[in-house]
Design a protein. Structure first.
Length: 244
């Protein structure tokens, strides 16, 4: 597994390299935005399995790197930053981040979160679980590989979402959220129910605000102008995906 580290504090970088190497991760570190952008989308583009991004960098910020990554890939992204207020958390998730951890952080907690986002991001995991009939969220579709969602089709065997001949690329969190809605079509899901069903012990960063961001991102990808809403908001309670 290759880990991209974008952090301008050499002490933090060295600590991360040592800890991640002990976990058998291969690390590549950059201390500025320009070098990181070259690595993820420029002439020196490199594939990574997870990205750790600081927000404040000498020549820019991690948000721009996150945006550049999301234009090409759904690789898991975790922000590591001293900016721990809600605005920065929501902004990071709006840009496509999968997780957010504030400095100072415990290295074991960070490694647990890295493993969690990698586990969630692996479409092969989703595909294998679905094929074996072991994914609880997908249980209602056990006898049908294809679920129609508006003008889109979710194939739970391949883990792909298609709109006609075009694939809609979802992050691991967005895909899991879609499975949760698809598995309870026609039912009202409270926000607490969704959070309880989706997140394990490594996902305690999720709260009402971040759930709102993920639902908004999912709607944006599944709905185009003129479409009927795919996910209905029940104000003050939660959400509902109407049955076909």
């Amino acid at each position: 597994m290759r880990v991209l580290i974008v952090e301008d504090d050499p002490i933090i970088v060295e600590g991360l390299k040592v800890a991640l190497t002990q976990e058998n991760y291969e690390t590549t570190a950059f201390g500025c935005m320009k070098d990181a952008l070259d690595a993820v989308g420029g002439s020196k583009e490199v594939h990574f399995d997870v990205c750790l991004l600081d927000i404040n960098l000498p020549d820019g910020d991690g948000y721009q790197i996150c945006k550049a990554i999301r234009e090409k890939s759904e690789v898991p992204i975790i922000f590591l930053t001293a900016c721990d207020d809600e605005i920065h958390t929501v902004l990071a998730l709006e840009q496509g981040a999968d997780d957010y951890i504030s400095k100072p952080f415990r290295i074991r907690e960070l490694i647990a979160r890295i493993k969690a986002v990698i586990r969630r991001s692996g479409r092969s995991v989703a595909e294998n679980d679905a094929a074996d009939g072991q994914t609880a969220d997908a249980a209602p579709a056990a006898n049908a590989d294809i679920i129609k969602i508006g003008r889109n089709e979710l194939n739970i065997r391949t883990g792909k979402v298609m709109r006609g001949t075009e694939e809609i690329f979802l992050s691991a969190v967005e895909y899991r959220l879609l499975l949760t809605f698809a598995g309870s079509r026609g039912q009202l899901l409270t926000r607490q129910k969704i959070l309880t069903d989706m997140w394990d012990s490594a996902g305690d960063f999720v709260n009402d605000n971040t759930l709102t961001v993920y639902v908004r991102r999912l709607r944006k990808k599944l709905e185009e102008e003129g479409d009927e809403p795919v996910i209905q908001t029940v104000r003050g309670i939660g959400y509902r995906m109407d049955a076909e």
